[in-house]
Design a protein around this ligand. Structure first.
Ligand SMILES: C[S@@+](CC[C@H](N)C(=O)[O-])C[C@H]1O[C@@H](n2cnc3c(N)ncnc32)[C@H](O)[C@@H]1O
Length: 301
């Protein structure tokens, strides 16, 4: 793994909404580098925290970095939408009505994005893997070899907002007839050829294709929809749910799910509009640029 350290995004706002100074039990469903978790544990000296991540290596490394909090920290290796099931299997008591705060900080951590083994970057040659949990599931190369041209075009459009999805899907299917696409640079070159270079854009033409594939490989939207169905139930009365999304497709799901839970009376929204980082945070941590935070609180009945 590289030297990059993940800087927690919107940390002040997360602490504001979770308010861990009150003590209590917290569930960090995207433990990552443990950046947000550390802040919660530092600010609330009586807080207990359960950290969940589907990436076993990330989880182990974060636990090492938080050794001083070992007595107040437990971890679960699981996809977050199945965290309750996995926790029950490892003897952690039921999640229902348990937590004073639940945090979701979506997507990949900086360490994961920089890890050359994962094949997430169109700038570095690597096998096209893209899985968060490399112990299960299909790699991006396998997915590209399996899906139909129509499915490919749909996923590029849906997850990447790629307007030229059809043309890219056609070229990919044409190419795999004689040679499968297995490496990041093969995919980046192919997309660049289809889209005709950068044409003055600041972003690489393959940016949207890589994002879409990564989201499909990890079923990112599906996991998010399912966890947001469950998370309000995991909160104790007055418990807080904080979600940070990184692109509009994700934020649409968060907004829709929180509104549905609010209209059924389960939760109350704490953010009318999305909260985003100010210019100083963006300057200090460019990865925060697209962050969108929403928060809610469980009604006391
Ligand atoms: C943006 S990072 C979180 C960083 C963390 N908040 C910090 O401050 O260090 C997202 C983490 O969530 C994990 N993750 C993303 N989707 C997941 C899912 N569906 N289930 C479990 N973990 C997931 C990723 O493996 C990654 O480590």
């Amino acid at each position: 793994m590289g030297e990059t350290r993940h800087v927690p995004v919107l940390a002040e706002e997360v602490l504001h909404f979770l308010a861990p100074s009150r003590g209590g039990r917290y569930l960090d469903l995207t433990f990552g580098g443990g950046g947000h978790a550390r802040k919660v544990l530092e600010l609330g000296p009586r807080c207990q925290l359960v950290g969940v991540d589907r990436d076993q290596g990330t989880l182990a490394e974060a636990v090492r970095g938080l050794a001083e909090f070992a007595e107040r920290l437990s971890t679960v290796h699981a996809r977050f939408d199945l965290a309750d099931v996995a926790a029950a299997a490892s003897g952690i008591e039921s999640f229902d009505g348990t937590f004073d705060g639940v945090l979701l900080d979506l997507g990949f951590s900086s360490q994961q994005l920089e890890d050359p083994e994962r094949g997430l970057s169109f700038e570095r040659d690597a096998a096209l893997d893209m899985r968060m949990d490399r112990s299960v599931g299909e790699t991006a190369a396998e997915l590209l070899g399996r899906v139909s041209e129509q499915e490919l075009a749909d996923l590029l459009f849906r997850f990447g907002d790629e307007r030229r999805a059809r043309a890219i899907a056609r070229a990919l299917v044409e190419r795999r007839r004689h040679a499968p696409v297995r490496r990041t640079l093969e995919l980046a070159d192919l997309v660049e050829r289809v889209l005709g270079g950068r044409r003055g854009s600041r972003t690489h033409p393959a940016t949207r294709t890589f994002q879409a594939l990564r989201m499909a490989v990890n079923d990112e939207i599906g996991c998010l929809e399912r966890v947001l169905e469950k998370a309000p139930r995991w909160l104790a009365a007055d418990g807080r749910l904080v979600v940070i999304a990184f692109h509009s497709g994700e934020d649409r799901v968060v907004k829709r799910s929180l509104r549905a839970a609010a209209s059924s009376g389960e939760i109350e929204l704490l953010t009318r509009k999305v909260v985003d980082p100010g210019p100083p945070e963006i300057a200090a941590n460019p990865r925060s640029r697209s962050a969108k935070l929403r928060a809610a609180r469980r009604r006391s009945e």
